[in-house]
Design a protein around this ligand. Structure first.
Ligand SMILES: C[S@@+](CC[C@H](N)C(=O)[O-])C[C@H]1O[C@@H](n2cnc3c(N)ncnc32)[C@H](O)[C@@H]1O
Length: 387
């Protein structure tokens, strides 16, 4: 039985935080156009394993030989890819992105199909496993990675990318496209009542954490059409995102539900995305409007050698010329560009302080006003002057 549109959220008309049972193509067709913020898909690999694989000690390797991974022909696999990608394209918001993970067995075919369906590839990410399964027969390289494709709905489409958050997560360095993350093992691996692995391809939560931190915000709706053991739902719940999962197998659904039910959502304040690109834009004139700086104030560069006077409209005047804080800074240094916020200084307690400090004060006040649900401009309390 396909459980569709049960308990829909009236606001979004979406079955939020539910696992829907059925073939993903049928279930996807029941979801509205342009409605989810992100898709994470871990489709069948189409591994086409011929016979059992054994370790040197003759024990059988727990390989992906599940019935859901068997396809008679490449054409049948490509048809499935085309069908689910087409539906995901429709269901995804124009600002949304798709992530799909696969191995060399399938990712190139899926990549070509997603481009045919209109997706625009933003990056491919190599998930490098620091504890991969060896190539027991020694006949090929140890297959130590999987590939993720990250794509938007078109070349010009805007999308969420938490650049500064990722940089913060990477010790201040720009996040790269090769991610070293261990495979799922130990306590994280779901086991059934007999202690057997619930799912052969359970993904590590750390991988989903990185994906969600890259391209989603708290409150977003994350759709996973091949839900399996529910890793996407588990991480989404922890991180204050909503999820919609789809899988055909009762067994996986039962265990995924149990797993998700046991999870607590993190404290929402600590889940908020922070970063420069998320910060409210503060025009220099706003400092004047809110009394943080007065018209006629003399601003100088850090060494005091260049100076300009603040005009009441938020521009600066120097040598009978008028320009923005950035343009004036660039002009006086004979430079192609300048960040006026860090270049220009004002006096506080006899010391030269960058005007960026005033901008920070202004931001705090705007954020406070925002938190109490008031409109930014009318309710901002007059911020404290730097004294
Ligand atoms: C590679 S696994 C996903 C594993 C998952 N990411 C996890 O961490 O547990 C693929 C899943 O897709 C499901 N599946 C395969 N074909 C499907 C289809 N046509 N419709 C719905 N589910 C399907 C399988 O039952 C399997 O659980």
């Amino acid at each position: 039985m396909i459980r569709m549109r049960a308990k829909t959220n009236p606001k979004h008309d979406l079955p939020l935080n539910q696992i829907l049972k059925g073939d993903c193509i049928d279930v996807l067709k029941s979801l509205p156009d342009n409605s989810v913020d992100m898709v994470f898909a871990d489709p069948p690999y189409n591994m086409q394993l011929g016979g059992d694989l054994h370790r040197p000690d003759h024990t059988k390797v727990d390989a992906v030989d599940d019935h859901w991974d068997q396809f008679d022909t490449m054409k049948a696999y490509d048809e499935l890819s085309k069908a689910w990608l087409k539906e995901c394209y429709r269901v995804l918001k124009d600002t949304g992105t798709l992530w799909v993970i696969g191995s060399y067995h399938n990712i190139y075919r899926v990549g070509a199909t997603l481009m045919d369906e209109g997706f625009w590839i933003l990056n491919d990410v190599v998930w490098r496993k620091n504890n991969p399964m060896p190539n027991f027969r020694g006949t090929r390289l140890c297959n130590a990675h999987e590939t993720l494709i990250w794509a938007s709905k078109g070349e010009k489409n805007k999308f969420t990318f938490n650049y500064d958050t990722l940089k913060e997560m990477n010790d201040g360095l720009q996040m790269r496209s090769d991610w070293l993350i261990p495979i799922c093992s130990g306590g994280e691996r779901l086991k059934d009542e007999d202690g057997k692995k619930v799912h052969t391809t359970q993904k590590p939560e750390a991988l989903l954490y990185r994906v969600l931190m890259t391209a989603s915000k708290p409150g977003d709706v994350i759709l996973d059409p091949f839900f399996g053991s529910g890793t996407t739902g588990a991480v989404a719940k922890k991180m204050g995102r909503n999820f919609i999962g789809i899988d055909r197998e009762d067994f996986y659904i039962k265990h995924a539900q149990k797993r998700i039910d046991a999870i607590e959502t993190g404290d929402m304040a600590s889940l908020q995305i922070t970063g420069k690109r998320e910060e409210v834009r503060i025009p220099f004139s706003m400092l004047l409007e809110h009394g943080l700086i007065e018209p006629g104030t003399k601003l100088t560069c850090s060494k005091g050698k260049k100076s300009a006077t603040v005009h009441s409209d938020g521009s600066l005047i120097s040598n009978n010329e008028k320009a923005s804080i950035h343009k004036m800074g660039a002009k006086l240094q004979d430079a192609p560009s300048c960040n006026g916020w860090t270049y220009w200084h004002t006096k506080s307690k006899g010391k030269a302080v960058p005007i960026d400090e005033l901008r920070k004060l202004m931001r705090q006040k705007v954020a406070q006003a925002h938190m109490v649900g008031r409109s930014q401009t009318e309710s901002v309390d007059k911020p404290q002057m730097l004294s």
